[in-house]
Design a protein around this ligand. Structure first.
Ligand SMILES: Nc1nc2c(ncn2[C@@H]2O[C@H](COP(=O)(O)O)[C@@H](O)[C@H]2O)c(=O)[nH]1
Ligand SMILES: [Mn+2]
Ligand SMILES: [Mn+2]
Length: 309
């Protein structure tokens, strides 16, 4: 899809207490921990009632473009997938230029799974493929693995059985893509930044407490990037978990995206139930979780066109 930002009201929330320009840092916006950080459902309600922050005209749902829609001249087509969880066999992949996979490509990050995923990547025709980890890629999280081997009971027996030499260099198994972890790559002129962190939930990989710990990671995202890849959603954008009647997106990620970084595209997954697309007029938010809540790989990849830089 091609969006004309001029047709949508760009929304910069008025909650000035959480973002301010630092006079010592040449106009750079500084994000502070949000007062509702620890309770995203309450944060959503508060900002929606007081600022209509998550409803029209500040936010709109976006229909995905059909795969056979011609790509406009001077555009690059992104193909977004996420949360494939080692279930790639039946996925019909559409035409595009750059593949983005926003994590949970395995169940447990086992080297055998990573190899299978890498083989699948190798079979795809895209010119560029960019991948981040999710909370299921346990072996990619060095701190998680260091803690796991200290435990005298094993929550993840098949992972605990691995020898360090089996997973020390697990990233090198991803030879058919660019893997990002708190890092960026420029592809076809687009600056793409990727980070795997999600709010703590059941003690998986790359989990961090809400608040300053996650904000420290988001503070590493540079201004001026075109595409942000995270595993999980920001607050209010495709982050609803119906079975718990909860919003679970990260408030600090939202404030970072809307008030400081303002990328053209924010691609993520993480909350399988949130599959779909929204825009705030500046950033298009795509949750491309392939797997459903019951881990069926039935949600199709989402394509998105951006004008070339
Ligand atoms: N209440 C919350 N539910 C969550 C959160 N993160 C994930 N989930 C639920 O689990 C599934 C699958 O996630 P996965 O990482 O195991 O693949 C997801 O679709 C949600 O239903 C959370 O932070 N809070
Ligand atoms: Mn998942
Ligand atoms: Mn996940």
């Amino acid at each position: 899809m091609v969006l004309d930002p001029g047709k949508l009201a760009a929304h910069v929330p008025s909650n000035g207490a959480m973002a301010h320009r630092n006079p010592l840092s040449q106009g750079k916006v500084t994000i502070a921990v949000d007062e509702y950080s620890s309770n995203p459902t309450q944060a959503f309600t508060h900002y929606n009632i007081n600022e209509s922050r998550f409803q029209p005209p500040n936010v709109h749902m976006v229909e995905p473009i059909p795969y056979d829609a011609p790509k406009p001249a001077g555009h690059t087509r992104f193909v977004c997938v996420s949360d494939t969880h080692s279930r790639t066999d039946g996925i019909q992949m559409p035409y595009g230029d750059i593949l983005l996979h926003t994590g949970d490509f395995t169940e447990l990050g086992l080297p055998s799974e990573v190899k299978k995923f890498n083989d699948w990547l190798g079979s795809l025709p895209y010119e560029f493929k960019v991948v981040i980890a999710g909370n299921h890629e346990l072996t990619f999280d060095k701190d998680f693995m260091a803690e796991l081997v200290k435990q005298d009971y094993y929550r993840f027996p098949s992972v605990s059985k691995l020898r360090p030499e089996d997973f020390d260099d697990v990233r090198s198994l991803l030879s058919n893509c660019t893997y990002l972890q708190d890092s960026e790559v420029t592809v076809k002129g687009f600056r793409i930044y990727g980070a795997p962190w999600t709010p703590w939930f059941n003690g998986w990989g790359f989990n961090l407490p809400r608040g300053q710990s996650l904000l420290d990671k988001w503070n590493r995202v540079p201004e001026g990037i075109d595409v942000l890849m995270t595993h999980g959603p920001p607050l209010g954008f495709r982050d609803w978990v119906p079975k718990e009647l909860q919003r679970v997106g990260c408030v600090e990620l939202l404030n970072t995206v809307q008030q400081r970084v303002r990328p053209k595209l924010h691609a993520f997954g993480g909350i399988h139930e949130g599959y779909g697309i929204m825009t705030d007029g500046c950033t298009t938010f795509i949750n491309s979780s392939t797997c459903t809540a019951s881990f069926q790989p039935t949600n199709p990849p989402i394509v998105f066109d951006l004008p070339n830089p």
